[in-house]
Design a protein around this ligand. Structure first.
Ligand code: NVA
Length: 369
């Protein structure tokens, strides 16, 4: 894909630099739904986090492209997001086109790809380091290659680039005894992936400067978290958290920092008393119920995509235009919202936070706790 913006950055910080979710955004990658392929329902890792009401969609289209009309409408909304960002002076970069319909084979299994819609899932930028996640879905094994030219460009410009070891994703990596109907056993949360190889998606991490919160999930295991902890080293504190999402995959509809001292929580999964002590002096704001009904048009996610917005800085937030209660709440707390249409992107499993990954936010690497 062509980039929407060929402006050269005014760089007096490293070309890749982002330490949190709220510093002023200067450069961002925005994903694409072009060529997106529907996963197969019989994939246990897909079943683990996919709403039961969406099963028909996977059974009907699994292994085939998403319906053309869905792709077109979602891409129009992505283009709209790019325009808003560009108008705000943010440099927008896009992935390369990739044929996700090609079947690929490893020594253990074969699969088709998924899409390049959600760069947040793959890349975790911590200060000047891009961490490329190993992922845990077979259909995402090669997804990072849609972004490879961009990441190489950032590497040439001085960024550090870590690629975590990929799991084989062979049969024993997934737990045959896992059932989405039994999310807890003896009070312990259950996941479809095992602990026998490293796995994580970048979107299970949320950055607060030198403190980073992470959840174990159906795509992120303890070994994956330990890999990130060791590679980031003693300057960073990686805090493992657990909340009430029974089928967790990606933390960015569970807790969302708005600025230093203000945290938005999903009240259906997060109770204030269960937050780590870190937040004892923070204002905790409960998100309102989503406006969009939890219905069959959400194929990969909960309706809490409403919280999956993108902060341009610590005062301006791009939000989905229909989420009026959320917009009112954010405005009441002193934020300016920039509402845009984005509902046609939801069926692909995310909103603007998932659809983007920060490359550069102007600010310092700090402690906020
Ligand atoms: N799995 C979470 C995050 C999606 C971006 C949800 O469904 O809300």
């Amino acid at each position: 894909m062509k980039d929407d913006n060929s402006k050269q950055p005014k760089v007096d910080i490293p070309k890749v630099w982002s330490c949190n979710e709220w510093d002023p955004l200067e450069e961002v990658i925005v994903g694409s739904t072009e060529g997106a392929i529907v996963p197969m329902w019989d994939d246990v890792s897909v079943q683990a986090t996919t709403p039961a009401h969406a099963r028909w969609f996977f059974e009907k289209y699994g292994g085939q492209p998403f319906p053309a009309e869905m792709i077109e409408k979602a891409n129009q909304e992505l283009d709209g997001l790019c325009k808003v960002l560009t108008d705000l002076g943010v440099i927008v970069r896009r992935p390369d086109a990739m044929d996700f319909s090609n079947e690929y084979k490893t020594p253990w299994w074969s699969s088709r790809g998924l899409y390049s819609a959600m760069p947040r899932d793959i890349f975790l930028v911590v200060a000047d380091t891009i961490i490329e996640a190993p992922m845990a879905w077979r259909n995402r094994y090669f997804e990072s290659f849609a972004f490879r030219n961009l990441i190489q460009e950032y590497f040439k410009a001085g960024a550090k680039w870590l690629t975590a070891p990929k799991s084989s994703m062979a049969g024993d990596f997934y737990r045959n005894d896992y059932s989405p109907e039994v999310p807890y056993i003896n009070g312990e949360k259950q996941f479809v992936i095992s602990e026998n190889q490293i796995a994580f998606d970048a979107a299970d991490f949320v950055r607060f400067g030198k403190d980073i919160l992470v959840q174990k999930s159906n795509v992120t295991n303890a070994m994956g978290i330990e890999w990130v902890r060791r590679h980031l080293g003693p300057e960073f504190n990686i805090h493992e958290v657990e909340f009430g999402d029974e089928h967790p995959m990606h933390i960015d509809t569970t807790i969302v920092p708005l600025c230093p001292g203000k945290l938005l929580i999903n009240p259906s999964w997060v109770k204030k008393k269960d937050l780590p002590d870190l937040f004892k002096d923070w204002e905790i704001i409960e998100a309102p119920e989503p406006v969009m009904p939890y219905d069959s048009a959400l194929y990969f996610s909960s309706d809490w995509l409403t919280m999956n917005f993108l902060s341009v800085d610590d005062k301006h937030i791009i939000v989905e235009e229909n989420e009026k209660p959320l917009i009112e709440l954010l405005e009441k707390h002193g934020f300016k919202t920039i509402p845009i249409p984005f509902r046609n992107f939801y069926p692909f499993g995310g909103s603007m936070h998932c659809a983007t990954t920060d490359i550069r936010r102007r600010g310092k690497l700090e402690k906020y706790f």
